[in-house]
Write a protein that binds this ligand. Structure first.
Ligand code: FES
Length: 333
């Protein structure tokens, strides 16, 4: 997730790695299933807040992140919504083919790089399956008495998850399906909603890269910190990054080792090969699993998780993609 400018409060949760059971599986739209997950012993799952995601560890090499989209007050069950991606690299295919009611799957988390910051007004923007993290955000905004509206775009109405349940919010929700005869035009709605900065309004957006880029561009005239975005795929980054060093040293302070990172390897790879305890998942700078504290030095941030203000603080970094602008980085590893 990236949010432009100001810092976000990073909620710290009790993170777990446990086997959970698929309690229910429901087809909520064409190509989208929701899985309701529960601890088989009936134990409570950790607390989470809107914007949080979990890792599904389908096989040792197949780990994917999915936003929690259920009720934050329900500690007994978690819910994720998964779109069967025609270009699936295995994750959504596994969920659709192999995870049925009664199946067991290992999960890790929750983790939150897309927290909902308190505000009197919100503009939520979803493209396709990007609706999932916004569902609990809308519930929280509603419970807090905030003013909000949702622009929800999709290919066809039947492919858009949660459209029926969103109907209860009336005209605060604008559904724009490209196949609908009377469908509102998503781009036109987007342009008019973002044309002028909304007073005390935060924008939360999740969806495909084209939508995120368009919203980022449109929000350039909004006050810093207005826009909060969650990415499911890595943002294209300028190559080479100005000021970045090809080779540099990483001192892993807790492990007491100093390693050289060559141009063709990531910090994560070098640490893993040296036996330093690191945890990662996407290896694309998207999921935030490999985040670690920077104790000294200046990272070259190349991830799609941190916002600009967080990058400027240089106190954390994603070791799977980010590199260094200083000869030596000292990391809390
Ligand atoms: Fe996902 Fe590094 S492993 S951000």
């Amino acid at each position: 997730m990236t949010a432009t400018e100001t810092a976000r409060a990073r909620p710290a949760y009790r993170e777990v790695e446990v086997d959970v059971e698929v309690r229910r599986r429901q087809e909520v739209s064409d190509g989208v299933v929701t899985l309701t997950l529960a601890d088989p012993t009936g134990a409570d799952l950790p607390e989470w807040a809107p914007g949080a995601h979990i890792d599904l560890l389908m096989t040792p090499s197949l780990v994917r992140q999915y936003s929690l989209c259920g009720d934050t007050a329900n500690r007994a069950e978690w819910q994720v919504g998964v779109l069967l991606d025609p270009n699936s690299r295995g994750g959504s295919q596994f969920v659709h083919d192999k995870l049925h009611e009664g199946s067991t799957v290992r999960i890790r988390g929750p983790r939150n790089h897309f927290p909902l910051v308190g505000s009197p007004r919100y503009l939520f923007i979803a493209g396709g399956i990007g609706i999932t993290p916004l569902i609990p955000m809308i519930a929280a905004a509603e419970a807090a008495g905030a003013q909000w509206r949702l622009l929800y775009g999709g290919r066809t109405r039947s492919s858009m998850a949660f459209v029926d349940s969103l109907q209860r919010y009336g005209d605060r929700v604008t559904v724009c399906a490209r196949d609908a005869q009377d469908g509102a035009n998503f781009r036109a709605n987007l342009s008019s909603a973002l044309a002028d900065p909304g007073e005390n309004t935060l924008v939360y957006c999740c969806g495909p890269e084209g939508l995120l880029t368009a919203v980022e561009d449109a929000c350039k005239t909004w006050p810093p910190g207005s826009l909060h975005i969650e990415r499911f795929s890595a943002k294209a980054i300028e190559e080479p990054s100005p000021g970045a060093l090809e080779t540099f040293e990483v001192e892993c302070q807790r492990s007491g080792v100093t390693l050289t990172v060559p141009p063709d390897k990531s910090i994560y790879q070098v640490c893993e090969e040296a036996g330093v305890d690191v945890l990662g998942s996407c290896m694309e700078g998207v999921c935030g699993t490999c985040e670690c504290d920077v104790l000294d030095g200046e990272p070259d941030h190349r991830d799609s998780v941190l916002n600009d203000a967080e990058k400027a603080r240089n106190d954390v970094m994603m070791t799977c993609v980010s590199r260094s602008r200083s000869e030596r980085l000292v990391l809390d590893l």
